[in-house]
Design a protein around this ligand. Structure first.
Ligand SMILES: O=C(O)CCC(=O)C(=O)O
Ligand SMILES: [Fe+2]
Length: 341
């Protein structure tokens, strides 16, 4: 597998250039003539539950379009570079990983998040008066727990629309990890959408129409629905990103947009932009591109914000749900925003 990704990265993705000799022929069937990789090579995965050499990790596909459960790993114990490399390869391939049954301290979660980039750890900063003040960056609890009627975490209740974390910032979060502490008896699944697959499935005419276009992304803290964000509020975090985004590691194109955060296509007549975005939102949320994760306590899940969207299903308001959240930034990102979305 490692060689296969090397081969992809080098851009030698055309069949005629030849593939490394240990790449199964069935895997190559997922590489089209122009070099694009389609699907997740499930035909291979279904037959051979992939045993990764050396570390005894095994991967079990979760959904038909993305996601893998990682077995054979205790993240509270030390693990070496081989395991880290294999986790990164699995992440590039499956986009969402779940390691079930983990007893994770905060530091263990930071160590795990650091495998994929720069984990956003707690930081001590000074307040405006220069007095020492402790502030947490990065760690956040997604929870509906309330103390004296006051919310103690973020994104507390109910359904949440599709988005990718930090797409309203100039440098979005590379990845996000959530560790399940308490989960409701039903509902509350996090849904993940494969934006590579959504792009690949677009008609050629649409691909041509959106190529080179850029979108404005805006987000208001704790909004869970598009309508809650006031587009005309200049204080809201906002950024511009390409609608067709090339993933820096895989070289694959994805349809980079979301119902919650993408407001309009820059340079396009507003009515035309609204109509096109409405179609594209519906397209990117089609069930065939989505896997819904039914949480179990002690699941640690990490997803790639550069090629997936996520959303949340509703859950009973009288049941507690709590997940510890640590984001992963791009290694060069030094922007000092507070713990964010
Ligand atoms: O609560 C969830 O399932 C997801 C919340 C979310 O969007 C996030 O943590 O970024
Ligand atoms: Fe999110």
């Amino acid at each position: 597998m490692a060689e296969f990704y090397e081969w992809l990265r080098e851009g030698c993705r055309r069949r005629e250039l030849g593939a490394p000799k240990d790449v199964p022929e069935k895997m190559l069937q997922n590489v089209s003539e122009d070099g694009a990789l389609s699907g997740r090579c499930d035909n291979v995965l279904a037959e051979e539950k992939m045993q990764i050499a050396k570390s005894q990790l095994s991967l079990e596909p979760m959904g038909s379009v993305l996601g893998a459960r990682v077995h054979g790993l205790d993240l509270s114990k030390p693990y070496g570079d081989d395991v880290k490399r294999e986790l990164r390869e699995a992440f590039a391939h499956h986009l969402v990983l779940c390691v079930p049954g983990q007893d994770l301290s905060y530091d263990d979660q930071v160590r795990f998040a650091s495998v994929f980039g720069k984990a956003d750890e707690k930081q001590i900063s000074k307040d405006e008066k220069g007095e020492g003040k402790s502030r947490e960056r990065g760690v956040m609890y997604v929870t509906n727990i309330r103390e004296n009627g006051k919310q103690v975490g973020s994104l507390p209740d109910g359904e949440m629309q599709f988005h990718s974390d930090g797409s309203h910032r100039d440098i979005p979060y590379r990845a996000t990890s959530l560790w399940a502490m308490q989960v409701p008896s039903r509902g509350g699944e996090t849904k993940f959408a494969n934006l590579y697959a959504a792009y690949d499935a677009l008609p050629e005419s649409t691909k041509l129409r959106i190529e080179g276009k850029q979108c404005k992304f805006i987000y208001q803290v704790d909004a869970t629905f598009r309508e809650q964000t006031r587009e005309d509020d200049p204080t809201l975090s906002n950024a511009v990103h390409p609608l067709v985004k090339v993933h820096p590691d895989t070289g694959r194109k994805s349809l980079y947009l979301s119902r919650l955060m993408t407001r309009y296509i820059i340079g396009m007549d507003r009515a035309e932009s609204e109509a096109l975005l409405a179609d594209l939102f519906d397209h990117a949320e089609k069930p065939e591109f989505v896997y819904a994760h039914p949480w179990k306590p002690k699941d640690i899940v990490i997803w790639d914000n550069r090629c997936t969207n996520h959303a949340r299903n509703d859950f009973p308001a009288d049941e507690l749900r709590q997940l510890r959240r640590i984001t992963v930034s791009e290694p060069g990102d030094t922007s000092a925003s507070s713990a964010g979305y």
